[in-house]
Ligand binder design. Structure first.
Ligand code: PLP
Length: 392
């Protein structure tokens, strides 16, 4: 067994885990193999755990303050890995990326305004627009046999026709698996700029790069020329498996946008930062690189295995090209009727997955599997799918 898996993989049953202990509540069946939701079966880096234990031993969990070393660690990580050093003045904090998306919609648009997303996309993007009583504009990505691209003409048309005010960008894209090229980002952000559409770029998956493409933060596209039309939201939570700590970054380079955000934030956020989230994030960005590299190897291995095995034994399943994120989308429609997906995947294959229609109306028949897990689960999931396909 792989040394990393031996050391870090854990059984998460009976740990109040949403992924493993809420199967009954979420899927009506407690005995499924859980391949849904985006967190990992790996303990985070021991350096992160040590920093948190030390903090716990101190035993005081009073109001917290973010030290300069925190900003240095964050900026250094962003510069080293993504070529985007972050200035302290640009950074604000929140208690989750999804919460932040709601805030951005409220801060920068009015009820009834149109907000755009590119589907299929992470379902809270849809909810954020609908729950805040904005008009949801979806533009489908183009699906070239599992490789998704942007239909720029359709995007521009949708913006003009609906007077879109805000675009929630997903980069890298969940669940399309794309790491957008600088050219693609330049085009879409150029269109947004031309039509005064604020770009809110969700870059939570920035460090989970599986293929050869380099992740380009929206803030450095065209040497930073879109910074005056941009809010970037990110977190160490996907990278280091810290989602339960509820801590993330809002990066706003532009002073005017920052002022507007700060005015809004006064009305919704009067909290200091989460001390454990900040402690973990600082340690992760300071010491966690080696751990991350090992996780990426596991995800790549799991993806290669799934792709090869399905390619050989269930070749009509379209496996999305995974450039980034640890979430792979499978298109099952050549084998099953889209309406039968749940019966097939859940009742027959015994898997808990994220269903395609959660990500967009046209994606019934797709399922999303989480690959940041012990390879034994990926093998089991793939074997179950292949066995059930043979029985069709
Ligand atoms: C694109 C994207 N944004 C946000 C989140 C969740 O962020 P948070 O837990 O900080 O709300 C996820 C989790 O899967 C995600 O895929």
């Amino acid at each position: 067994m792989n040394e990393f898996v031996k050391k870090y993989a854990v059984d998460r049953y009976k740990t109040n885990s949403l992924k493993w202990d809420a199967l009954d509540v979420r899927f009506g069946d407690p005995d499924l193999l859980s391949m849904w939701v985006a967190d990992m079966e790996f303990q985070t880096s021991e350096k992160v755990i040590e920093a948190m234990v030390e903090r716990c031993r101190h035993g005081v969990f009073g109001y917290s303050y973010i030290p300069d070393d925190y900003f240095k660690a964050f900026s250094h990580w962003m510069e080293k890995r993504h070529g985007f050093p972050i200035e302290k003045e640009w950074v604000r904090f929140s208690t989750g990326v999804v919460t932040t998306l709601y805030w951005m919609i409220n801060a920068f648009t009015k009820p009834g305004d149109a907000c755009m997303i590119l589907t299929p996309v992470y379902y809270p993007f849809h909810n954020a627009v609908k729950d805040t009583k904005r008009k949801l504009i979806t533009v489908d990505l183009v699906n070239n046999n599992g490789y998704f691209t942007i239909d720029f003409a359709a995007v521009e048309k949708a913006i003009i026709e609906n007077e879109v005010k805000l675009f929630i960008q997903c980069s890298p894209h969940n669940p399309a698996g794309r790491v957008w090229t600088e050219e693609e980002l330049d085009k879409i952000m150029g269109i947004c700029k031309k039509h005064n559409v604020l770009v809110v770029s969700d870059e939570i998956h920035q460090d989970i790069i599986i293929g050869d493409k380099k992740f380009i933060p929206a803030g450095i596209v065209g040497n930073g020329k879109y910074r005056n039309n941009l809010v970037t939201v990110s977190s160490a939570s996907k990278t280091f498996n810290l989602a339960g700590l509820l801590h993330n970054h809002i990066v706003i380079c532009d002073e005017k946008i920052r002022e507007r955000y700060d005015e809004y934030a006064k009305t919704v956020n009067q909290s200091e930062v989460n001390v454990m989230g900040a402690t973990a994030t600082q340690a992760a960005y300071t010491y966690g690189e080696e751990w991350l590299e090992r996780v990426l190897e596991i995800v790549k291995g799991n993806y290669q295995y799934l792709k090869e095995e399905l390619g050989k034994k269930a070749p009509e399943i379209v496996v999305t090209t995974l450039e980034g994120t640890y979430l792979v989308l499978l298109d099952l429609r050549k084998y099953i009727n889209p309406e039968d997906t749940k019966i097939f995947i859940q009742d027959k294959c015994r898997l808990a997955v994220d269903f395609g229609e959660w990500f967009g109306a046209n994606y019934q028949g797709f399922v999303r599997l989480n690959l940041a897990t012990d390879p034994k689960y990926v093998k089991k999931a793939v074997a179950n799918i292949i066995d059930e396909i043979k029985r069709l």
